[in-house]
Design a protein around this ligand. Structure first.
Ligand code: PLP
Length: 462
């Protein structure tokens, strides 16, 4: 036999016990949570696939780093370690720590966006778009059409359609476009990568129109791994080299280090322009903290510096994405409709196809996530009409093409057996899909409504 399996490039040193619940307990829990998986208590969850944010397992070295925390108010040694890691692995010269990614988005949006501006991006992200809107801007989606099609198998669904950038500039003028925002491994498209070929074309476009290029680099290492696997000319480069090349094509970056970099909390804003750095320092003291800690403890900055290095190792990334792929393959083998190609951090279930009897106005993905929890104690997340929210100007519900449930895999946390149980549970929900009911809001928050919104089941005679 010539089979060569891969295995995790680590072994387990400590375990966290999980609680098992009964069907009755889970039914009561989801009602108490208003059918919103964000409102469930963690102790009532068996396998938690809500998010990959801040839930990764730190290495023994990162934990050791916590003990090296220098909790000085100003000039902590850990800040310099973090700054040096950012410039060594991500190329950016200046780093401003923030409490997490949205802290960096807030500062960047306030500095660069003026009332009436347009900010093109390769699909929106919830917090990113909101900060752009609060600063007076309007997000414009310039991702390729394939990204909105759950059945398209395009290898780089995160790519930008340059003609959409041209159309925007023809309509509003380059002076109304402060920057183009490019996410690597686009979360809302299903964890789909952008190619380096396309990113270079975006860079050229930005140079031609004198527009900045900002990088939402939350999952840059996962994007780099896909480039290594799929883009001609990159198979002999390391993830580390590709990460650096991606970053070096952009002017500034916002980072949620709770994802790729495997820490529980933290983020930063990074850039090469000194003037931009100075303005960011002026604002970070208002919203986050002094420019050498920005809302992070010294120990957390140390763990981040170590996590950055671990995140760009080829063997880490192979196991990381290999595990996500494994879950995708189990589901596909059982004929579950999933978004292809599989994403870097998650497998997305096509809720419209699984629950065809529920109209999108009754939030099929929200209902599917709730049903999966009741079935097995697995927590997932809605990524469809509830997450898309309402148009800030007209108040109308956005009705996105993608109505998905995200099974997000935390880094280095669960085993292959957990993935098997997850796939089996999804199949069981599908087998009794016709019993899942649509939902309506009983409480709808004005902003980011998916986090705290509450729902009730729609009865058929409603
Ligand atoms: C998580 C995330 C953010 C926001 O980061 P937080 O740390 O959650 O504030 C921004 N962009 C993308 C693509 C993300 O996934």
């Amino acid at each position: 036999m010539d089979k060569r399996s891969w295995a995790e490039p680590y072994k387990i040193k400590m375990v966290e016990l999980l609680k098992m619940t009964t069907l009755q307990e889970r039914k009561a829990a989801i009602r108490a949570a208003g059918f919103n998986t964000f409102l469930l208590k963690s102790e009532d969850i068996y396998i938690d696939l809500l998010t990959d944010s801040g839930v990764g397992a730190m290495s023994d070295r990162q934990w050791a780093g916590l003990m090296m925390g220098d909790e000085a108010y100003a000039g902590s040694r850990n800040f310099y370690h973090m700054r040096d890691a950012v410039s060594e692995y991500y190329s950016y010269q200046y780093t401003v720590p923030t409490h997490q990614g949205r802290g960096a988005e807030n500062i960047l949006s306030q500095i660069l966006i003026s009332e009436g501006d347009y900010v093109p991006g390769n699909m929106y992200f919830t917090t990113t778009r909101l900060h752009q809107e609060i600063a007076g801007g309007q997000f414009v989606d310039v991702i390729i059409d394939e990204a909105h099609d759950p059945d398209s198998t395009h290898p780089f669904k995160g790519n930008v359609d340059i003609s959409k950038l041209d159309q925007l500039v023809a309509k509003v003028g380059a002076d109304k476009i402060p920057y183009v925002c490019i996410a690597t491994c686009v979360n809302m498209a299903g964890g789909q990568p952008i190619s380096l070929h396309n990113l270079k074309a975006v860079r050229d476009w930005c140079d031609q129109h004198q527009v900045l290029l900002v990088h939402d680099m939350t999952r840059v290492a996962e994007n780099a791994y896909f480039i290594q696997q799929r883009e001609p000319g990159y198979q002999d480069k390391t993830v580390k080299e590709i990460v650096y090349e991606i970053c070096a094509l952009t002017d500034a970056a916002t980072m949620s280090s709770k994802k790729d970099a495997m820490v529980n909390i933290g983020g930063f804003l990074a850039m090469n322009d000194e003037g931009l750095y100075e303005r960011a320092c002026e604002l970070v003291v208002v919203y986050e903290g002094l420019h050498t800690y920005g809302g992070m403890a010294g120990r957390d900055m140390e763990a981040l510096a170590i996590g950055i290095k671990e995140s760009v190792q080829d063997n880490h990334m192979r196991a990381r994405i290999g595990q996500v792929e494994y879950l995708g393959q189990q589901l596909e083998a059982a004929s579950v409709p999933v978004v292809k190609p599989f994403g870097g951090h998650a497998i997305f279930l096509n809720a419209r196809a699984i629950l065809p009897h529920i109209p999108q106005s009754q939030f099929p993905a929200q209902a599917l996530a709730a049903a999966l929890y009741v079935e097995s104690g697995i927590r997932s997340m809605e990524r469809g009409a509830v997450s898309a929210g309402r148009n800030a100007k007209t108040g109308e519900n956005f009705m996105p093409k993608l109505e998905l449930v995200r099974l997000t895999i935390p880094r280095r946390v669960y085993t292959q057996a957990h993935m098997d149980v997850t796939a089996e549970s999804v199949v069981r929900v599908m087998q009794s899909a016709d019993q899942v009911k649509g939902l309506r809001f009983t409480y709808e928050p004005k902003m980011l409504r998916f986090f705290m919104g509450r729902f009730t089941e729609v009865d058929t005679d409603d």
